[in-house]
Design a protein. Structure first.
Length: 70
């Protein structure tokens, strides 16, 4: 599996201090559709990640039980 790059962006003021940024609010119908689609993609990505993690845990458990029975 390839490593997945993670990006974090931090807003800073003129003195280099972190500042809060207002939440994104999609305004047009197209922006709202794209925002909703992005949320669905995120949910699917998280569900797939959880499913794969459970598969790895189950495979490790099977491997451990097989080696314990030797």
């Amino acid at each position: 599996m390839w490593p997945v790059p993670t990006w974090s962006f931090v807003a800073i003021d003129k003195d280099g201090q972190r500042v809060r940024v207002p939440r994104l609010l999609p305004e047009t119908a197209d922006q709202q559709r794209r925002y909703a689609d992005a949320l669905l993609r995120r949910e699917h990505r998280e569900a797939e990640s959880a499913r794969r993690k459970q598969g790895r845990i189950a495979a490790a458990a099977r491997e451990n039980s097989e080696t314990a029975n030797l």
